[in-house]
Design a protein around this ligand. Structure first.
Ligand code: ADP
Ligand code: MG
Length: 259
C-alpha cells in the first residue's frame, strides 16, 4: 500500500511548458483517471510520477520519499505494450520487470516457483489463465494489453500507472481492458492512475478524475462533481464528439452524456 503525491510539478521542454505547477495526492488504493486532450500533459505527468522524467520544478513523493528514478513498486502500462509475439502469454507475464537480467532469466526459464505462480495468478486476474500457453501474436489487441497488465502485476507493485492503455483498442476491447484494470486494482489494493482521452470510458470506470488542459490542472474531483461544465473546462472548444465512442455492449449507463 502506498500513496503518491505530485507537489508543484512543472515540466518544461525548451519553450514548451508541458506541466505547470500541478499538485494532487492519491491516497492508498485510490483509482484515479487523468483526462485531457492530446498534448495536455498526461504522458509527461505519468512519466514524472514513474521517475522516467524529472520535473523541472516540484517533486513526486511516494509515502513521503522523493521519486527520482524508476522503481519496482511503481508499475507502468503503456499504450504500446512491449509484448513479444513469439512468446506465450505466460512467458510474457513472467518477464515481469523490464530489466535485462529478468528478461534473460525468463527466456531461460530460471524463475523461481514463486515467480511462476505469480505469473499464473496475474493471468488469472486478467481472465487469461486458459490462454496462458497461447503465443501473444495470436491474441487480439485487447488480450495482448491484458498480458501487459499481468506482466505489470507480476512485478508486485503498490502503484499502477497506465498511460492511455486503451488508446489503440476498439470500444468493446477498451471496456474489457478497463474492467480488468479496475478489478486488478481493487483486488490487490493498488493505488492506480490511468490516463485516458475518452470521456465515456472515464465516466464509466472512474471514481476520481484529474483534468489537465495545456499542462494545468483544471479539475480534481469525484464522480458527483464531474459534470458537463467540468468536461467543457477540460476540453474547451474542442469537439468532444469523437471522444464519446460508440459503446459496443449497449449498457444504458454508458449513455452518460445528456444535455
Ligand atoms: N520529450 C519531449 N520533448 C519536447 N516536447 C515534449 C516532449 N514530451 C512532451 N512534449 C510536449 O509537452 C506537451 C505535453 O505532451 P504530453 O505529455 O505527451 O501530452 P499528452 O500525453 O496529454 O498527449 C506537448 O506540447 C508535447 O509536444
Ligand atoms: Mg500521451
Amino acid at each position: 500500500m502506498s500513496n503518491i503525491s505530485v507537489e508543484g510539478v512543472t515540466k518544461e521542454f525548451g519553450d514548451t511548458v508541458a506541466l505547470r505547477d500541478v499538485s494532487f495526492t492519491v491516497p492508498d488504493g485510490e483509482f484515479v483517471i487523468v483526462l485531457g486532450v492530446s498534448g495536455s500533459g498526461k504522458s509527461t505527468l505519468l512519466r514524472c510520477m514513474n521517475g522516467l522524467t524529472s520535473p523541472t520544478d516540484g517533486e513526486i513523493r511516494v509515502d513521503g520519499t522523493p521519486v527520482d528514478s524508476p522503481r519496482k513498486d511503481i508499475a507502468m502500462i503503456f499504450q504500446q505494450h512491449n509484448i513479444i509475439g513469439q512468446m506465450s502469454a505466460y512467458s510474457n507475464a513472467l518477464t515481469g520487470s523490464l530489466s535485462r537480467t529478468d528478461f534473460l532469466r525468463s527466456v531461460f526459464q530460471l524463475q523461481s516457483d514463486e515467480e511462476k505462480h505469480r505469473a499464473l495468478e496475474a493471468l488469472d486476474t486478467v481472465g487469461l489463465l486458459g490462454e496462458s500457453q497461447k503465443r501473444a501474436r495470436q491474441m487480439s489487441g485487447g488480450q495482448q494489453q491484458r498480458v501487459g497488465i499481468a506482466r505489470a502485476l507480476v512485478q508486485q507493485p503498490n502503484i499502477l500507472l497506465a498511460d492511455e492503455p486503451v488508446a489503440s483498442l476498439d470500444p468493446g476491447s477498451s471496456q474489457q481492458v478497463m474492467r480488468y484494470l479496475r478489478q486488478a486494482a481493487a483486488e490487490r489494493g493498488l493505488t492506480t492512475v490511468i490516463s485516458l482521452h475518452q470521456v465515456n470510458l472515464a465516466r464509466k470506470f472512474g471514481e476520481r478524475f484529474i483534468g489537465l488542459r495545456d499542462g494545468e490542472l483544471v479539475f480534481d474531483g469525484y464522480r458527483d462533481e464531474f459534470t458537463m461544465d467540468v468536461i467543457d473546462r477540460i476540453y474547451g472548444d474542442i469537439d468532444t464528439e469523437g471522444m464519446f465512442e460508440a459503446d459496443s455492449d449497449g449498457d444504458a449507463d454508458e449513455q452518460v452524456v445528456s444535455e
